[in-house]
Write a protein that binds this ligand. Structure first.
Ligand SMILES: [Zn+2]
Ligand SMILES: [Zn+2]
Length: 361
């Protein structure tokens, strides 16, 4: 085992007891610092995003078998297990990100193709202690190197892969990548001014697509400022016709639906041109909602429909590279860890103006 600095035996962490409506959430400073196993690294966390899904875990809406939440951590490698340096070219002192996917089995048929759907995966803040602590271990193979030129605070929310979250960079990068578009094609980003959508607009612009952002009228200037070619209010009664005329009288090549709204899906499907692709991202709260798509629409219009939640490590690296040039800027609000209670409340009530990133002491 190699070590870069003196490592304390205890550390500070957000500690959740009995997840549920009346969960007891405290800041503890007596949490043992874990010791990396031979393939693990120990990371000293600088900051970690606080996600809607973390708060859902704390409130008992999603399963949480550990005490420490968080899945968007960025920090520095301070200790390496005896074999960790042979994995992924990692070195002491390097900055890495720790994501929702903490570890996958690497053996199953899913892992052979796309390990993001591994049924035996472990997840940060679900069944592995999360990133809202000062020190944590992760398999070296599952840490994401963070390039220079991007601050840890900006990198943290880009690591997120939760569609129910406000700012989830990897989710949107993967969604835009699934659009089957070519340079210069028209893409509609529904909810373009929202936490997911504002990243989607920037990513699509960077990929050479012409972006039509849809959102409430108050988001017009924000979306156009992000590089959208056009903006329409979702309440515009002539929306369908206007988008069709704008896009060669055909409609959009792709639509990414980021709001978790039935109305958005009903509207989005109508904006596609023949052969177009709908990417589902937002999840309507009514879980039994079905989209109005008949087999004849699929046959005669040749539509494609796909969902997107989790992106691959290759997509993660592409996104971080783009962000390190300043081409993609997530909206964030940085707070010290000591203000965790206020931060959780702001996420719970959707009062934060961007993704909250908590800075470790
Ligand atoms: Zn697997
Ligand atoms: Zn997240």
């Amino acid at each position: 085992m190699v070590t870069i600095t003196t490592i304390p035996t205890t550390q500070t962490a957000i500690w959740v007891d009995q997840p549920g409506e009346s969960a007891l959430i405290t800041l503890r400073d007596d949490v043992p610092v874990p010791t990396p196993k031979e393939n693990d690294i120990l990371v000293k966390i600088e900051c970690s995003g606080l996600c809607h899904s973390d708060v859902y875990n704390m409130m008992g809406h999603h399963p949480m078998d550990v005490h420490i939440p968080g899945h968007e951590g960025v920090g520095v490698i301070v200790q390496m297990g005896s074999r960790a340096s042979q994995v992924g070219n990692l070195r002491l002192g390097q900055r890495v990100g720790i994501k929702w996917i903490h570890e996958t089995c690497g053996q199953c048929p899913a892992c052979q193709r796309n390990n993001t759907v591994c049924p035996r995966q472990h997840n940060s803040g679900r069944d592995r202690d999360g990133t809202l602590q000062q020190y944590l271990t992760v398999p070296a193979s599952h840490a994401t190197p963070i390039p220079d030129g991007i601050s840890s605070e900006v990198a943290a929310p880009l690591l997120c892969e939760h569609a129910d979250d406000m700012v989830a960079g990897l989710t949107m990068y993967s969604a835009v990548g699934k659009c089957r578009t070519q340079n210069g094609d028209w893409i509609v980003i529904q909810g373009g001014g929202g936490g997911l959508g504002h990243l989607g607009v920037q990513i699509a612009v960077q990929k050479g697509l012409k972006v039509i952002a849809i959102d409430g009228e108050d988001k017009r200037n924000f979306c156009m400022g992000l590089g959208a070619s056009a903006f329409f209010s979702f309440a515009d009664p002539d929306l369908e016709q206007k988008i069709k005329s704008l896009a060669e009288d055909f409609g959009a090549h792709a639509v990414v639906c980021s709001p978790g709204s039935e109305a958005a899906y009903n509207q989005g499907i109508k904006l596609l041109r023949p052969g177009g692709t709908l990417v589902c991202v937002g999840l309507p709260s009514n879980g039994s909602y079905t989209m109005p798509l008949r087999p004849i629409d699929m046959v005669n219009r040749g539509l494609h429909v796909i969902g997107s939640a989790v992106g691959t490590e290759a997509e993660m690296q592409e996104l971080l590279k783009l962000a390190s040039t300043g081409a993609i800027v997530p909206q964030i609000e940085v707070m010290p860890l000591s203000q965790y209670a206020e931060a959780i409340e702001a996420v719970k009530t959707s009062k934060a103006s961007g993704k909250i990133v908590l800075k470790m002491p």
